[in-house]
Write a protein that binds this ligand. Structure first.
Ligand SMILES: [Zn+2]
Length: 371
């Protein structure tokens, strides 16, 4: 059976089609070393761990496994020369990042004070709660010599862009492409009472476009009516318009569990990090996609959008996640994010999404995030 996280996307969001930009194999300084002999990376075809919407505080800590096989933690880590491999003591990272020392706030739970709140880590859980928002790491923190450690790639590619708080997006131009998912014969996921994702996504995009135009953005939609576009067409549209940002809008569905709800925000997984959501267990860590040039900007954009959406809606926090299989963002030559604005398979959430007032909230939050 496929991972729950994959189903969340694939049921409502056929975001995978074969056509794509060419892939690049990255030459690593130590080939294969980024995989780290931790046992944490699933390189088989087995399903990835369930990627349910689990707040960090509620995430089930797991016992560290095979810690002895982990790469040795450097004895002295210079912030300027962080390794691309291995594990870094949480305390060492927080000191190098100019943050407070970690303190244990509960069993298997550590908090680091940040200027705007705190970062909460749980060894065994890939989910870190960063200043009130769930962000999925590539590797679950683990204990080494009794101390919680973070993977160096997460320090660089996940935590690094978040330290220092929200930064201006500084786009190359104020041209944004909003991409309402699905359209035409592809209705996307379907809620109760035949509510179709494609219609809600388009309405969300139109509302957001109006707000962004008031802020001086040049806004383009990949579709403004009930048109069925291929994913390559959506990518080409952004290229042709020289967009500086791309945001794909979707709603989710999980047929297997109508209780599931919440908002999830996706960006492309950086090279070397395992994705938090995989497709058919595949997750080629060494492949660099065009959108990987914007890893830091992707994460910051995703974080900003996710935080604003949660604040506006009080929806369950499904986290900022990373995936490689989402063609429509991984091929983008600009910061790109895909948002799943709620589960239409959850009757209560579907009822909320079905109201214009709720979709206006979603639009206002998205416009605030884009500035
Ligand atoms: Zn969708």
């Amino acid at each position: 059976m496929l991972a729950a996280g994959l189903v969340l996307v694939s049921v409502g969001c056929r975001t995978e089609r074969p056509a794509d930009a060419p892939l690049t194999e990255v030459t690593l300084s130590t080939p294969g070393a980024y995989v780290v002999s931790t046992g944490a990376v699933d390189r088989s075809a087995s399903p990835s761990p369930p990627a349910a919407a689990v707040p960090a505080a509620a995430a089930q800590p797991r016992q560290p496994t095979d810690a002895s096989a982990a790469a040795v933690t450097p004895s002295a880590v210079s912030p300027a020369r962080l390794p691309t491999n291995g594990w870094i003591a949480l305390a060492k990272w927080s000191a190098s990042a100019g943050l407070g020392q970690p303190h244990r706030i509960a069993m298997e739970t550590y908090a680091v004070a940040t200027p705007r709140g705190k970062a909460v880590f749980q060894p065994g859980s890939q989910c870190v709660r960063w200043e009130g928002v769930n962000v999925w790491l590539g590797f679950a923190p683990r204990y080494l010599e009794g101390q919680p450690h973070l993977h160096a790639l997460d320090v660089q590619r996940t935590l690094g862009p978040l330290v220092g708080g929200p930064r201006p997006l500084a786009p190359r131009s104020r041209v944004v492409v909003l991409d309402p998912g699905h359209g035409g014969a592809d209705g996307g996921t379907q809620g109760a009472r035949d509510q179709l994702e494609k219609n809600f996504a388009l309405d969300w995009a139109l509302r957001t476009a109006a707000l962004l135009r008031q802020k001086g953005w040049e806004v383009h939609l990949t579709r403004t009516n009930d048109l069925d576009l291929t994913l390559p067409e959506r990518i080409v549209a952004a290229d042709r318009l020289c967009a500086s940002l791309f945001v794909s809008l979707h709603f989710n569905g999980l047929a297997a569990d109508a209780r599931h709800s919440g908002i999830e925000t996706f960006c492309t997984t950086p090279v070397g990090l395992p994705s938090s959501v995989k497709r058919n267990g595949e997750d080629l860590l060494a492949v660099e996609h065009p959108n990987n040039r914007f890893d830091a900007e992707n994460l910051r954009l995703a974080y900003r959008i996710h935080r604003e959406l949660l604040s506006a809606t009080q929806a369950l926090d499904g986290g900022v996640r990373r995936a490689r299989f989402i063609s429509v963002i991984r091929a983008q030559g600009r910061p790109a994010v895909l948002v799943e604005g709620g589960f239409l398979s959850n009757p209560a959430e579907a009822r909320r999404v079905a109201t214009p007032a709720y979709r206006q909230k979603l639009a206002e939050a998205l416009a605030r995030a884009i500035e």
